[in-house]
Design a protein around this ligand. Structure first.
Ligand code: PLP
Length: 396
C-alpha cells in the first residue's frame, strides 16, 4: 500500500481492518489477539456495543457546538470525574499532550497568580513521557524527543525517578510544580515507590508547589483503580487523563481542585474541540463500565494471571529478568541475553497473531482491554509461548 503519511511512524507490515473485543482482523483476513489495546486506549476492547450505542445516539443528536456553549454530555462526564476523584473541576481537550499542556500552564498560572512571576520552575523525572508538543517534550525526560526542536521552554529540571533525595535537593520556593507519572509507561512500565509519591506530596506542600500526576496511561481503571494515585495514599492537585478516557474516541481531560481551578480564569486557555459531545458521550458510557467494582476486580485478577504466565514463560526460555506493573499495565524486562530487543520481540509476536507493545528498547509491554476474557487470555498466553520459542530459536 502506498504510504501518504509523514515518515515519523514505522507502521507494522499488516493493515488492521476490523475488530471486536480483544480480536482484530487484517485486510488479509488474519486474526490477532490484541494485548496492546491501541497503546492503553481501548480499555473496553474494540467496538463495545454500549459505546457504539452511546456514539450512535449522540451522533443522531449533536456532533459539535464549540465552547461557546456547554452540553449535557460534557457536564455528565465531568460530573462523573468530579464525583469519583479528588477533583472539583475538569478541563476537556483531545489528547494526553493537550491535557498535560493545560496542566503545566495551569501550574505556572496558579503560581503566578498567588506568588508572582519568579515561581515558575517545573521539576519532572528522567525518562518521563508527557506527550509530543514542545512544552510536553520539554517536561518529558527523554532527550531523544527534544533533539532538533530547540529552543525549548525554560525553567524545567529533571531528577531521577523514585529518587527522594534528588527531589528534596531540587525543590525550592521557585518551584511551581512537580510532575510525575505514577507508573512510567513509555519508558518501561516502572511504578513509582510509595515513598517517592508521598515525599513529592510533602515537599510540594512545604514549598507551595503543585503535585501534577500524569495519569494519561495509568488512569481510567488501567491499574485496577480508577486512577493510580489511589494506590499511593496521596492526593494530587492536578491530574491529566486521556488514552482510556474515551476508550478509543479521542478525548483528554485535566482534573483539578477548587483551590487551583480559578487560575484557569476566563479566556486564559481554550480548545475548539475540547468537550466535544461525541467524545464526551462515549467517555461517559465508558466511565460507567470502568468505574465498577467488578470491572476493577477483573483488571486485578487478569493482571495477576498475565504476570504469572509471563514469569513462567520467562523462566522457561530465560527471556525475562523481571515482570512488573499494576493491574493490566504490565512490563516484562528482557534478560541480559536478549537485552534491548523488545522491538524485535513485538514483531515476532505479530507474526504469531499477537499484538503487544514495547516500552523503550528493553521492556515488552502489555495494555490489553480491561475486559480481557479468560479465553482470550489463554489464547494470548499460548501465542506468547510460541513467540518466545521462535524468538529464542532464531538466535541459535
Ligand atoms: C501517551 C501518553 C501521553 C501523550 O498522550 P497523547 O494522546 O499521545 O498526546 C502523555 N503522558 C503519558 C504518561 C502517556 O502515556
Amino acid at each position: 500500500m502506498e504510504n501518504y503519511l509523514t515518515p515519523n511512524f514505522a507502521f507494522a507490515p499488516v493493515i488492521p481492518e476490523s475488530a471486536q473485543g480483544s480480536r482484530v482482523w487484517d485486510t488479509e483476513g488474519r486474526e490477532y489477539i490484541d494485548l496492546a489495546g491501541g497503546i492503553a486506549v481501548n480499555a473496553l476492547g474494540h467496538c463495545h456495543p454500549v459505546l457504539q450505542a452511546a456514539l450512535n445516539q449522540q451522533a443522531a443528536k449533536l456532533w459539535h457546538i464549540s465552547n461557546l456553549y456547554t452540553t449535557q454530555a460534557a457536564q455528565d462526564l465531568a460530573q462523573k470525574l468530579v464525583e469519583n476523584t479528588f477533583a472539583d473541576k475538569v478541563f476537556f481537550c483531545n489528547s494526553g499532550a493537550e491535557a498535560n499542556e493545560a496542566a503545566f500552564k495551569l501550574a505556572r498560572k496558579y503560581a503566578f497568580d498567588h506568588f508572582g512571576a519568579e515561581k515558575n520552575e517545573i521539576i519532572a523525572c528522567v525518562n518521563g513521557f508527557h506527550g509530543r508538543t514542545l512544552f510536553t517534550v520539554s517536561v518529558g525526560g527523554q532527550p531523544k524527543y527534544q533533539e532538533g526542536f530547540a529552543p525549548l521552554p525554560a525553567g524545567i529540571t529533571h531528577i531521577p525517578f523514585n529518587d527522594v533525595a534528588a527531589l528534596e535537593a531540587a525543590i525550592s520556593d521557585k518551584t511551581c510544580a512537580v510532575v510525575i507519572e505514577p507508573v512510567q509507561g513509555e519508558s518501561g512500565v516502572l511504578p513509582a515507590d510509595i515513598e517517592f509519591l508521598q515525599a513529592a506530596r510533602r515537599v510540594c506542600d512545604e514549598n507551595q508547589a503543585l503535585l501534577v500526576l500524569d495519569e494519561v496511561q495509568t488512569g481510567m481503571g488501567r491499574t485496577g483503580k480508577l486512577f493510580a494515585y489511589e494506590h499511593y495514599g496521596v492526593l494530587p492537585d492536578i491530574v491529566s487523563s486521556a488514552k482510556a478516557l474515551g476508550a478509543g474516541f479521542p478525548i483528554g481531560a485535566m482534573l483539578t481542585s477548587d483551590k487551583v481551578a480559578p487560575s484557569l480564569s476566563l479566556g486564559s486557555h481554550g480548545s475548539t474541540f475540547g468537550g466535544n459531545p461525541l467524545a464526551a458521550a462515549v467517555g461517559s458510557a465508558a466511565f460507567d463500565i470502568i468505574n465498577d467494582a467488578q470491572t476493577l476486580a477483573h483488571v486485578n485478577a487478569q493482571g495477576a494471571r498475565l504476570q504469572d504466565a509471563l514469569r513462567q514463560i520467562g523462566e522457561e526460555f530465560g527471556l525475562f529478568e523481571q515482570v512488573r506493573g499494576l493491574g493490566l499495565l504490565i512490563g516484562a524486562v528482557l534478560s541480559e541475553a536478549y537485552a534491548q530487543r523488545a522491538g524485535e520481540f513485538v514483531k515476532v509476536a505479530l507474526q504469531h497473531g499477537l499484538m503487544i507493545l514495547n516500552a523503550g528498547s528493553n521492556v515488552v509491554r502489555f495494555a490489553p482491554s480491561l475486559l480481557l476474557s479468560d479465553e482470550d487470555l489463554q489464547d494470548a498466553v499460548a501465542a506468547l509461548r510460541q513467540t518466545a520459542q521462535a524468538f529464542v530459536q532464531a538466535d541459535k
